[in-house]
Write a protein that binds this ligand. Structure first.
Ligand SMILES: [Zn+2]
Length: 203
């Protein structure tokens, strides 16, 4: 069920689109503000969000979080959102009065889709979805909000305490093994292990 649906409706105007690539874009988005305050959770960190949803084990159950938050996940063809041919859209979040939806690129592998969902949840938790401030953003861009969303995603999918405890269980941390346990990509896991100063072997 998760990630299996396909989106056929146009994105609502209150949308933050996250790209891979290096194209800087801006969007003129207009929509009524009704409901903005209603949908913005008082969450300051990924740890808060996990606590709110009672999640204390991995792999992190994004399905449960999204169901609790009444957010639907759609795997969709997002190529129409790309402004340039070499820009790949990895995800988007759309908040309207009728629905809360996160879109992931249906061409992406599962672990990448999971990171995209976590990244969009970062925008959902941390950033004001006010349509007049809405943006088309770079997932790997340098804007503060993109950096924050990526950090939130890493902390959500690979919580520090859980990851440290798991690493302590073995004398050698093999990236493919631990990445699979947390259901993340090897690349994302390596970045996280580096950030936390944990040693590993990537073979
Ligand atoms: Zn983003």
């Amino acid at each position: 069920m998760f990630f299996k649906k396909f989106w056929t409706r146009p994105l609502t105007k209150r949308t933050s689109v996250c790209y891979t690539g290096s194209v800087s874009l801006s969007a003129k988005l207009t929509n009524k503000k009704k409901g903005v305050d209603d949908v913005k959770p008082e969450i300051k960190s990924a740890a808060d969000f996990l606590k709110k949803h009672g999640i204390d084990s991995f792999p992190i159950d994004l399905d449960k979080i999204c169901q609790n938050e009444d957010i639907q996940i759609f795997a969709a063809d997002l190529s129409a959102l790309a402004e340039k041919d070499n820009t790949q859209v990895s995800g988007a979040i759309a908040i309207s009065d009728e629905a809360r939806v996160i879109y992931v690129n249906k061409e992406d592998v599962r672990v990448r889709q999971r990171f995209t969902v976590a990244h969009e949840l970062g925008h959902y938790c941390l950033h004001n979805p006010d349509p007049e401030l809405a943006m088309i953003s770079l997932r790997f861009g340098r804007s503060p909000q993109e950096t924050e969303a990526n950090r939130f995603a890493a902390e959500l999918l690979m919580p520090e305490e859980m990851l440290r405890n798991e690493c302590k269980k073995t004398s050698l941390v093999f990236v493919p093994v631990i990445a699979k346990k947390f259901d993340v990509s090897r690349e994302a896991m390596k970045i996280r292990l580096d950030y936390l100063g944990l040693e590993y072997i990537d073979i």
